[in-house]
Design a protein around this ligand. Sequence first.
Ligand SMILES: *Cc1c(COP(=O)(O)O)cnc(C)c1O
Length: 495
Amino acid sequence: MYYVSTRDKSQRHTAAEAIAQGLASDGGLMTPEVLPKLSQNALETMKEMSYQQRAVYVMNSYLDDFSASELSSFADKAYGPEKFDVKEVAPVRTVDGNTSCLELWHGPTCAFKDMALQMLPHLLSASLVKNQEEKTVCILVATSGDTGKAALEGFRDVDKTRILVFYPKDGVSDIQELQMCTQEGENVGVCSVVGNFDDAQTGVKRLFSDEALRKQLADRGFFLSSANSINWGRVLPQIVYYISAYCDLMREGRIQKGDPINVCVPTGNFGNILAAYYAKEMGVPIAKLICASNANNVLTDFLKTGVYDRNRTFYNTLSPSMDILISSNLERLLFALSGHDDQQVRGYMEQLSATGTYQVSPAIQAKLDKLFAAGCCDDEQTRKVIGRMWKEHSYLIDPHTAVAFDVLEQYRAETGDPTMTLVASTASPFKFCDSVLGSIGVTELAQGTDLIDQLSRVSGIEAPAPLAALKEKQIRFDRTVAKEQMVEQVLEMLR
Ligand SMILES: *Cc1c(COP(=O)(O)O)cnc(C)c1O
């Protein structure tokens, strides 16, 4: 199977090339030329498998140039008991008669980014070998929190890789900063940048386009790459958990083989829900894809009207990982729904960058209507849902997941659709202790890592080990630089 750019399908690449390259050279996203279909009894077969075996089964159909035994060793490393705190890896919890919750946060950094970022480094380092790349890859990340830590954990001590993370000194929570600055591993580096997320991101973009730096690094045996969510190696591992969840629902007798389910996903960059779309296209009986946004509701409007318009106020919300106005992975959906019309996709993306807006064709809009439902939820409502889920179901959820539960409730009120629905839960509530404590009625909040103990005490739920262990960890990185000094910082860290 080959991969093509969403903006030029005449250039074909192997999976290893697509993963090593990340973004296509024309700015498009690498996408499979054809989607593999699940065979007639694939779901039945996978039902009896472990999560790791399901991952191999699904990923194998997309990665011709990787052997099953290779993928199997990656899956064991990525999703083993040293990394995930439950053997199911991505367990499905029953909420009520027709609602289940897919918990995607049992990995080392307690957010769903781990599902892909535990796998990507193995795919990437094997791709480099296949491409006969002799240099060591250096991953540069600018992060506003979750991605940086998940990437650090994923790449930690992976052969032929280095990872450097820059975060804004004034832009991450205390717990997120502590998570990054205590990072272990021989190939990692963390540094804060004076300013906000924009400063860190601009600085990293400048590093990528600095030809003199690239040359100096090449002489030392390094080349730069990114672990951004548009890399195919991040989307693919996410398809696995939707298929796995369907198998689990069958195994538990919650549904019968062939029964439709809806999927409701708290969405930012559109990577997670895109994976659900691919699972549906492969043959999983998914009826509606319900796209949930916070106050940054650009996708809600888009899916309802066919007009994408990023020219609007940006809000900082309780669900920061969804505070986004340009959802990059939407481009892959447009490519699929236009029937792989690369010129049409290129046109939309050019309009987006020139004017901040575009309107899809009536044909695409009709397909969007059929596939998706969409809704949004503000912070006040987010808090209420966290409180209500705790009170009524003794189920503690984080603010991102709460947005999805609220939008599901709105959808059901509007449509009366009784279909079994799987809600994607994207972060542990212990990652957002202050919002969660406030929402369940606690008014006197502790400080720093004591918040973790406080939430644990109040809820009677044990905190995930990686978060509980934070207060005992050594600070390994404490350097802050101005964005002008980032080049020297990279050169120093890559000696
Ligand atoms: C990244 C993230 C999201 C958004 O996922 P996308 O794939 O960008 O749509 C939602 N919730 C949490 C906790 C996240 O970290």
